[in-house]
Design a binder for this molecule. Structure first.
Ligand SMILES: *Cc1c(COP(=O)(O)O)cnc(C)c1O
Length: 355
């Protein structure tokens, strides 16, 4: 067991009501922090009041973007118990992301202990209204003050927590998505397969432009040919054509989503025809012409399933199905959230108790 020093906040913040939680607006009272140096490795694990990190302005992260993160959720079940969703997979992915950016890697079991210790201390912050949860954000940044270009030799690993609401608050709704034909997010051989902060910076401009056009997010196409679908916003993408459910194969240009993997597992459990294959935008448009484009949805920790009702192109908009939430999207949303809040059986061992 990792020795964790605990320094409690002198005053606690009032807890927000579950109605207005939104996503990522509120932070709990405490955070976890641990530091890395070549001599000491990861050291000084501590829980302290949520607050500034005290970075030197020369810190490598501020210049060369050595920063990776992850995001997972803790749920309060009907029985009052706290459960994490696929926490080991999230901790392993954080390690893989750090490795891709030549950063010090937090061993997954250490990250898990850190998260569990912090969540236990902040247990009162886990909301219990339907659709709410405690979002866990572990982050690793390069903290060494040095302007030469090489991997930094000092790092900070911290974990912050945020109580979050349901994306489906007023009932499930579809979003309209802009198909981005100009900007790209990640190229083959690049950082797309890591949860790197830099990938988000690369996507912001296109998402602002999509919003100006009246679209909620961007559908990203591949960087080489601008043909094949990759992701939607910061979610993995699924398309249902006839009875085939298609998602692009993991090729390193987008993140191996844990929701994506869970959805693939459920669809296969249900005996549905699932393909991990390339899907060109021309094939999607062709399917729409024939009336076979039935559903499009994104998958990710924050929204779980985000059904798409329309796809915007320079020459007009394609309506997906009848523009409402499709049956597979609905069933997946209910099943994943049911497993998460403990109302459905957890057949794949995705949930772990935090006690
Ligand atoms: C986090 C993320 C996802 C979704 O991954 P989950 O593990 O399902 O939350 C998809 N794409 C990108 C770019 C992401 O950063």
């Amino acid at each position: 067991m990792l020795p964790i020093e605990v320094q409690r906040a002198a005053t606690l913040k009032p807890k927000p009501s579950s109605e207005g939680l939104g996503f990522g607006k509120y932070f709990t009272d405490h955070m976890f922090r641990m530091d890395y140096s070549p001599e000491r490795g990861w050291h000084q694990a501590r829980i302290l009041p949520h607050g500034p990190l005290g970075l030197d302005p020369g810190a490598a992260v501020l210049h060369y973007a050595q920063a990776v993160f992850d995001g997972s959720k803790i749920f309060r079940g009907k029985d009052g118990q706290l459960r994490a969703f696929r926490i080991d997979d999230h901790c392993k992915r954080l390690a893989a992301s750090a490795d891709r950016l030549a950063m010090a890697v937090v061993p997954p079991e250490v990250a898990r202990e850190a998260i569990e210790a912090l969540v236990k201390l902040e247990a009162d912050w886990v909301p219990n209204a339907p659709g709410t949860s405690l979002y866990v954000r572990p982050v690793v940044i390069a903290s060494e003050a040095f302007l030469g270009v090489r991997p930094a030799d000092k790092y900070i690993f911290f974990v912050i927590l945020s109580p979050v609401g349901s994306y489906f608050a007023g009932g499930a709704e579809t979003v309209r998505i802009w198909v981005e034909q100009e900007h790209t997010r990640a190229a083959p051989g690049g950082l797309g397969g890591a949860k790197a902060a830099a990938n988000y910076a690369a996507g912001l401009k296109a998402s602002v432009e999509a919003k100006k056009r009246g679209y909620a997010q961007v559908l990203w196409l591949d960087a080489l040919e601008h043909q094949y679908i990759e992701e939607v916003g910061t979610m993995n993408l699924f398309v249902r054509i006839g009875d085939e459910i298609i998602t692009p194969p993991l090729d390193g240009t987008f993140l191996p989503g844990i929701t994506r993997e869970s959805v693939l597992t459920l669809l296969r459990d249900w005996g549905m025809k699932v393909s991990e294959r390339k899907l060109a935008i021309s094939e999607l448009r062709e399917a729409h012409k024939k009336g076979e484009l039935r559903e499009v949805f994104g998958t990710g920790t924050a929204a779980v399933i985000s059904p798409v009702g329309g796809l915007g192109f320079q020459d007009g908009e394609l309506r997906i199905g009848d523009g409402k939430v499709g049956e597979v999207s609905q069933r997946l949303y209910e099943t994943v959230t049911g497993i998460q809040n403990g109302t459905l059986p957890d057949r794949h061992g995705w949930m772990s108790l935090i006690k």
